[in-house]
Design a protein around this ligand. Structure first.
Ligand code: SG7
Ligand code: ZN
Length: 228
């Protein structure tokens, strides 16, 4: 890992505001995805351009096992949230997948404490409405920033990588923040117990768990760390 002083905090445009219209929470069979309208974008922090925010989604483990996709010094966190942003020059996400820097995904570790995270409640309260694959629920927009860590947003890791689900396209500039988001044990349990990926699983009460990709070798990639 190499420190790089030029990795300044990202510019998160529209993240403080309440966006107009409505957002859609969906169970896509692999994760829970919150599709957001236009109006938010990320840039700066060494990103090669401006990227419009498309959606956020989650990866989790089981009731007693962790499920983040990234690990830090071998430590896996209970969950990870990904905010997916598409380089604005592309017409859609599939076009962006042909560009090695077509997507900028912001990764946030999620750790567990006793107290509920009230901001996270916007999402966790609606999980039971998207228990089954293909189900959607409308969510009233809220300031995206309210989900993110309040401090130390200047501390992050950066590398050039891929989608973590098939087709695993090499199209992602990854920004993985060092400081986690905190939610409660019961909020975590909603993810590990209330989401089903098939009807058979729902009948057998086998919820979707461990929807994270296993660790891959860095294969010569450089992981940079911002200063601070
Ligand atoms: C989840 O992770 C979904 C996908 C996402 C994929 O399965 O959120 O989103 C879709 C299909 O809308 O794929 C292209 C894309 O965003 C992988 O995303 S990730 O690499 O950030 N984990
Ligand atoms: Zn993801």
């Amino acid at each position: 890992m190499i420190r790089n002083d030029s990795l300044q905090p990202l510019h998160l445009e529209g993240f403080e505001e309440v966006q107009t219209g409505h957002w859609t929470l969906e169970n896509d069979g692999h994760s829970v995805v919150l599709r957001v309208g236009s109006g938010m974008a990320v840039s700066g922090g060494g990103l090669p351009g401006t990227y419009h925010t498309v959606q956020l989604h989650f990866h989790w483990g089981g009731p007693a096992s962790n499920g983040s996709e990234h690990t830090v010094d071998g430590h896996r966190y209970p969950m990870e949230m990904h905010i997916v942003n598409m380089k604005s020059i592309h017409p859609n996400v599939s076009a962006a997948l042909d560009d090695p820097t077509g997507l900028a995904v912001l990764g946030f570790f999620i750790d567990v404490v006793y107290a509920d995270n009230l901001h996270f409640g916007h999402i966790s309260q609606k999980l039971s409405s998207v228990a089954h694959k293909g189900q959607t629920a409308k969510i009233k927009p809220f300031p995206m920033m309210s989900l993110l860590p309040k401090h130390n947003m200047s501390q992050y890791y950066r590398y050039q990588g891929s989608l973590t689900t098939p087709p695993c396209s090499q199209a992602v500039v990854w920004t993985v923040y060092e400081v986690p988001i905190y939610i409660s044990w019961s909020q975590l349990a909603q993810f590990t117990s209330q989401i089903f990926s098939t009807e058979e699983d729902a009948e057998q009460v086998t919820p979707l768990q461990n929807n994270f990709r296993h660790i891959h070798p860095s294969s010569g990639r450089t992981v940079l760390a911002s200063r601070d």
